[in-house]
Design a protein around this ligand. Structure first.
Ligand code: BES
Ligand code: MN
Ligand code: MN
Length: 462
């Protein structure tokens, strides 16, 4: 029987070309100007699943962008793997910081990717990683080695909060019934340090608006005599952290699960170089909550960050003006057992209370989701561990990530199954940033490792 390694070697060029074609479609879910392209991408994913051997593939309409659903059921008595991924991408801007256009993929070598990497928006997050599963399925079906049933659910709204997916899951529990959920939408520590993501942070995303006078004012005639919304907003934001970088919202930490000393010691065993981290980001020092290491700050601790802030005059030259309004977008990353809706309320109440007389404050909640932690003794985790051992020759390290995939907690609640996060991207792959890329080696290694997961999961389930 043909090995995955051989199959990949024989089909490598085609695997790359097909992914590149998918990356050329600008499926930006946040920007309605790209609506047709998002829908076109769903159709391309459907065709790819049909070619990879799914028996039936549908484009399922939702209140938002469609969900592509495909399945291959070989025997109802065998286990079922549900693969989740997303075909939408983040907006590519700022465009001028890209070395090549975001939707014209190019292959270039980098220090961490000596075999080359594909540079394009979505290459790593998540089209490239999602497509590894399509190609792994193609390998298994075309060589008669699919050991169990498989279902694919690929959505087009992950980057904007997955609201239609929740809607879809609640209405299709039976159709989506499975024994394990498999996702490649995270990262790994390094090519020679495989890891399995065991945790995701939750999220509460809000937008705030501060309104002062009813119109923009001359900053000489009125300056000093009325509250300037931008001054006020920045002062309010600055007060959200204290001198130890703790978040000052009353009750914010109430439900935070603290890790034991043993758990923290275990975490600290993962290889990490603070020097390399600083060098890669060109910063003199790291920064964050007192009492925690960098890896703790970005995974097991909750945070609050301004993602955007605007107001007033930002054109060329100077204009003397006090703007009537100032705005900011703020994300809070959450950990078990913080409840994102409760945190959104605490934030709103506190932020409103910070406003001095003379301004009005509005808080508009966007989206959110719960944090997730997966156990390392489930069949799914152990099967993934064996899969990595088979293709990397090393036992993967469990690692909690700082990112969020809000739907994962909902999957567990609605479908009652565990999610296994087999990510193959690197932190330096610049997801959400200009020059996003995905290593060719990583892409092919993913395609090679996934069938091993199916094999061990089926074997260990019986
Ligand atoms: N794939 C990422 C999440 C991710 C990346 C998790 C790397 C762990 C490691 C996902 O597409 C994403 O960007 N999620 C958003 C949240 C969403 C609600 C917009 C995020 O984390 O900002
Ligand atoms: Mn993603
Ligand atoms: Mn993303």
């Amino acid at each position: 029987m043909k090995s995955a390694k051989t199959y990949i070697q024989e089909n490598k060029e085609r695997f790359l070309e097909e992914l590149i074609d998918l990356l050329k479609i600008p499926s930006i879910s946040a920007d309605s100007a790209y609506k047709n392209d998002v829908i076109k991408t769903a159709e391309a994913v459907k065709v790819s699943l049909e070619k990879a051997g799914c028996d039936s593939v549908e484009i399922c309409e939702t209140p938002g962008y469609p969900i592509v659903y495909g399945e291959k059921i070989i025997d109802k008595k065998l286990p079922t793997v549900l693969v989740y991924g997303h075909y939408d991408v983040q907006p590519p801007d700022p465009l001028d910081l890209w070395d090549s256009p975001p939707f014209e993929p190019v292959i270039k070598k980098t220090e961490l990717h000596p075999d080359g990497a594909i540079f394009a928006r979505g290459s790593c997050d998540d089209k490239g990683q999602m497509y590894m599963h399509v190609k792994a399925l193609e390998y298994m079906t075309s060589t008669g080695q699919l050991p169990c049933n498989v279902k694919f659910m690929i959505e087009g709204e992950e980057e904007v909060g997955s609201s239609s997916l929740g809607w879809f899951v609640e209405r299709n529990r039976e159709k989506l019934a499975n024994d394990v959920i498999l996702i490649s939408d995270t990262g790994m520590i390094a090519p020679d340090v495989p890891s399995i993501t065991t945790g995701l942070r939750g999220l509460s995303y809000v937008e705030v608006e501060v309104t002062g006078p009813n119109r923009d004012l001359h900053s000489g005639l009125y300056g000093g005599a009325v509250a300037n919304p931008i001054n006020v907003l920045t002062k309010m934001i600055a007060s959200l952290h204290d001198e130890n970088n703790h978040i000052t919202i009353p009750g914010f930490y109430n439900d935070v699960q603290e890790l034991s000393i043993t758990e923290r010691a275990k975490m600290a065993e993962a290889p990490f170089s603070k020097e390399a981290y600083k060098k890669a980001l060109d910063i003199e020092d790291v920064y964050g909550e007192a009492g925690y290491t960098t890896n703790e700050r970005n995974s097991i601790r909750p945070t609050l960050d301004v993602n955007g802030i605007w107001g007033g005059y930002i054109g060329e030259g100077a204009k003397t003006v006090i703007a009537s309004k100032a705005f900011a977008k703020i994300s809070m990353r959450l950990v078990p057992d913080q409840d994102w809706k409760k945190i959104t309320e605490l934030f709103t109440k506190h932020f409103e209370s910070l406003a001095p007389k003379g301004v009005r404050v509005k808080v508009k909640p966007h989206h959110g989701g719960q944090a997730y932690v997966t156990p390392i003794d489930s069949i799914g985790y152990r099967a993934a561990e064996k899969a990595y051992e088979a293709t990397f020759g090393k036992t993967p390290i469990p690692q909690r990530s700082g990112g969020s995939i809000p739907i994962v907690a909902l999957f567990e609640k609605e479908l009652k199954s565990k999610t296994i996060l087999m990510g193959f991207g690197l932190d330096s792959d610049a997801i959400h940033s200009p020059n996003e890329h995905f290593g060719i080696w990583n892409y092919l290694k993913g395609i090679e490792t996934i069938p091993q997961f199916y094999h061990y999961f089926t074997e260990m389930s019986s």
